[in-house]
Write a protein that binds this ligand. Structure first.
Ligand SMILES: Nc1ncnc2c1ncn2[C@@H]1O[C@H](COP(=O)(O)OP(=O)(O)OP(=O)(O)O)[C@@H](O)[C@H]1O
Ligand SMILES: [Mg+2]
Length: 250
């Protein structure tokens, strides 16, 4: 199953969520690959030393071998090289994304889809050709959003433009007790009527320790916390979807 993690705004917790999701999928026995498709504000290079290829190098066809940047707790990870100015210019080049890069991603997926149960693309916030292409190749997208009214309004427009089946995940910056009812109401009022809406996968609580980790010392998974519990519930739902998909195609 191929999934794109997206958000309209930056800093909504996509990368932290994607790493935790990949880690918990892998530890449930599902072969998982995580790809950082964020060319403007990458962060995975803080997590580990790069030993293989970066995603920018790979999609621009610098290698016909698939060698992940590094492996973390069994998860194969492709990270994006920071400050790649050539890539940053290329990000606005529609032709490049719809030809050479799409070809390379398509070839990559044809090889990896047989080997991996889950392939996750962690996209950059906002709408770029890069986001469109990665989402186009995904079965569906998971959109993260903070309980913030301005975020909600622009996210509705963003998801309409993206035109991909989407699931919502609310990621909190405050205690859920205070806003849980509000996000249920917003989900119903703004998203549930949308043609490409597939459901709400969960509400992730604020995790104080994670908030101050800031990546620099490498990633520490919040084990035994409410954060982990909420991701495990999302994992369960994804596993069920994957089983259904596999049963249909066999
Ligand atoms: N539920 C949470 N509780 C506490 N801290 C969180 C939570 N979700 C994310 N964070 C923290 O918020 C910061 C931003 O998160 P992250 O880098 O994952 O966002 P992003 O959406 O990937 O940002 P960008 O759009 O810049 O790529 C990180 O320091 C992360 O550890
Ligand atoms: Mg990120």
């Amino acid at each position: 199953m191929i999934i794109s993690i997206v958000s309209f705004r930056g800093g909504s917790g996509k990368s932290f969520f994607s790493l935790n999701l990949a880690h918990l999928l892998q530890s449930s026995g599902l072969n998982t690959m995580l790809i950082e498709a964020d060319f403007l504000a990458p962060s995975y290079h803080y997590v580990s030393k790069v030993e293989g290829l970066t995603w920018n190098e790979f999609i621009l066809g610098k290698s016909d071998k698939i060698i992940p940047s590094f492996t973390l707790n069994g998860v194969d990870i492709f990270c994006t090289k920071p400050n790649d100015h050539k890539m940053i210019r290329q990000i606005h080049n529609e032709q490049l994304w719809s030809t050479i890069i799409s070809d390379q991603i398509s070839w990559f997926l044809s090889k990896m889809e047989k080997k991996k149960d889950f392939i996750l693309f962690d996209n950059q916030g906002g709408l770029f050709y890069s986001t469109l292409v990665h989402c186009f190749f995904s079965d569906f997208v998971i959109c993260l959003l903070r309980p913030d009214y301005m975020d909600v309004r622009s996210t509705v427009t963003y998801l309409k433009a993206l035109k991909r089946p989407f699931y919502l995940v609310w990621n909190s910056i405050i205690k859920w007790d205070d806003v849980s009812g509000v996000v249920d109401e917003w989900t119903k009022r703004y998203f549930s009527g949308m043609e490409n809406y597939r459901g709400m996968l969960g509400k992730i609580p604020f995790d104080e320790e994670s908030a101050y980790q800031k990546w620099i010392k490498g990633i520490i998974f919040p084990q035994g916390t409410k954060y982990e519990e909420s991701i495990k519930m999302i994992v369960q739902q994804l596993v069920e979807m994957n089983e259904k998909k596999t049963n249909i195609s066999t």
